[in-house]
Design a protein around this ligand. Structure first.
Ligand code: ZN
Length: 71
């Protein structure tokens, strides 16, 4: 019963502005993300469940499915 879940998200590093398209895991949230350009470790903003919700172009799959994420 999968709807139109988007798994590709372009993540923008808040530190250096580098953008990279990543494939999100369907059933897990990614809390840490290491920027491939500046090597800094990105964490979600306060209130967001994962780095894709904070810095990606697309919210993470659990949010897209209206499920509570990592709670
Ligand atoms: Zn960066």
């Amino acid at each position: 019963m999968q709807e139109n879940i988007v798994l590709e998200s372009t993540i923008t590093c808040p530190h250096c502005g580098f953008q990279k398209e990543e494939t999100m895991p369907v059933d897990a949230c990614q809390y840490f993300y290491a920027c491939t350009n500046c090597k800094i470790t990105i964490k979600p903003k306060h209130g967001d469940c994962c780095v894709y919700c904070s810095y990606g172009t697309v919210k993470c799959p659990p949010i897209q499915m209206n499920k509570s994420c990592c709670a």
